[in-house]
Design a binder for this molecule. Structure first.
Ligand SMILES: C[S@@+](CC[C@H](N)C(=O)[O-])C[C@H]1O[C@@H](n2cnc3c(N)ncnc32)[C@H](O)[C@@H]1O
Length: 421
């Protein structure tokens, strides 16, 4: 055995840390209290990662994972931890990075909660990416965090591919016909969207067979992918059914389309929306990085006067549709947040991409905005924005954590910042 000992902490990205013989080894799928034996390590991004290891004595913090692919699939690093321990560690990791002690709300449902899955179709396997290996794919039979219906989707896909003789994607040669199957479910509406991402335009007989195999879905798309990048994106063309599926969160209906981002945990989303609503003051609200209008439409429905700004024109179109079908009036505009006048709003909501606010944080400091609600899935980016800029003008009044991502080390934070006097 190369190294042996007890894991005593978790890294910010959720790996067990084994300190032994003056070295620090990062062990995936292990947790504090586990006695581990490591046979082989590799150096990755400046640290030692355990590659071949075994759990010699399990930690009392462990629970029973539901998924047969736990331990190889890259989706769920923490599925082996009891859920209450996952929540405790998420709050601790957040505090370790930001210095903020905050309550965390668990996801109301921790199985079948994800409303989207992107199954990669490769020459050897169909499923999800393995942990730490961009080229390793787990041949999936089920996915308890996505849907009970996963086997049905995958069976239809496998049967369709083998009957039509379509070539799966070859990751090494970057060639093949079919690359991904994306499935989305409206958890509260029961609606299903299937979108095949392929490198070929389908002849009629293939189209007919595809429609036949997936006749049980509400919306069926074929997306032509013109590049070799390994992502589930193409030009979607509706083959059958409705152009959108709907999701219902509380009293708000949201439309979902293959090209639009939607928060992935439908059950915890209501908690997130209520956290934002509970911290919003005044009447006039600016929703920065408004996407498909998730926050803006929800707040307009509660009587706030809302304007939203978003870079992606298609998302803005979706946001406008979302406002319309919910009978609310929100002014969604296409634009760069960096160039948006911050004006006289009572509250500014900012839900930036993973890299954080950066120069927008500086603009907020220079503005007269009294309250900012910073929604963040990346505590490190939040911490940098706060320490480098926001702190000059704002104090942290309240922070709520919502677990949008059970079985992973990630957490969503809602931080209310109030202008210092
Ligand atoms: C984390 S998502 C937030 C989505 C939205 N709040 C929601 O819940 O659906 C970040 C959004 O910011 C948009 N975005 C990224 N950079 C931007 C920029 N410089 N200006 C405006 N929007 C931007 C992205 O297109 C994306 O929709």
């Amino acid at each position: 055995m190369h190294a042996r000992g007890r894991v005593n902490a978790l890294s910010d990205d959720g790996l067990g840390i084994l300190e032994t013989g003056g070295r620090r080894i990062y062990v995936p799928f292990s947790y504090p209290g586990d006695e581990v034996g490591v046979r082989r390590t590799k150096r990755r991004f400046g640290r030692l990662l355990a590659e071949d290891f075994e759990i010699l004595e399990p930690s009392p913090l462990r629970g029973r994972p539901k998924c047969p692919h736990f331990g190889t699939c890259g989706g769920c690093l923490w599925q082996g931890l009891k859920y209450k321990e996952q929540l405790r560690f998420k709050a601790e990791l957040f505090e370790g990075i930001t210095g903020i002690e905050a309550e965390i709300e668990g996801s109301p449902q921790i199985w079948d909660f994800r409303n989207v899955s992107n199954f990669i179709v490769t020459t050897s396997r169909i499923g999800l990416k393995g942990y730490g290996s961009p080229s390793g794919v787990v041949n999936l039979s089920e996915c308890p965090v996505f849907s009970k219906r996963t086997p049905e989707y995958l069976r239809a896909l496998r049967d369709f591919l083998s009957e039509m003789g379509l070539k799966p994607w070859n990751l090494k040669r970057k060639a093949g016909d079919v690359h991904y199957l994306q499935v989305r479910e409206g958890k509260f509406t029961g609606e299903v969207m299937v979108n095949l991402i392929a490198h070929v335009n389908p002849p009629d007989e293939i189209l007919e067979a595809f429609q036949d195999y997936f006749s049980f879905v509400d919306s069926l798309y074929w997306s032509l992918k013109g590049d070799e990048r390994d992502d589930p994106r193409g030009e979607p063309e509706l083959l059958d059914g409705e152009p959108f599926i709907r999701e219902r969160i509380g009293d708000v209906t949201y439309l979902i389309h293959p090209n639009s981002f939607f928060q992935t945990n439908s059950y915890a989303l209501e908690l997130l929306l209520r956290a934002v609503e509970g911290l919003t003051d005044g009447e006039k609200v600016l929703d920065l990085y408004s996407g498909v209008g998730t926050f803006g439409v929800w707040l307009a429905k509660r009587g706030f006067t809302v304007a939203g700004v978003e870079l992606n024109p298609f998302a803005v179109e979706m946001a406008r549709e979302n406002a319309e079908i919910n009978g609310v009036n929100v002014k969604f505009s296409v634009g760069r947040v960096e160039e948006t006048p911050l004006g006289d709003y009572d509250t500014v909501i900012a839900d930036p991409p993973r890299k954080g606010l950066r120069e927008t944080a500086e603009s907020l400091v220079k503005s007269s905005v009294e309250q900012v609600i910073y929604v963040s899935c990346n505590p490190k980016a939040f911490q940098l924005d706060y320490k480098n800029y926001l702190k000059r003008a704002y104090r942290i009044e309240d922070t709520r954590l919502v677990d949008m991502f059970p079985h992973t080390p990630h957490v969503e934070a809602v931080v209310k910042l109030v202008r210092k006097n």
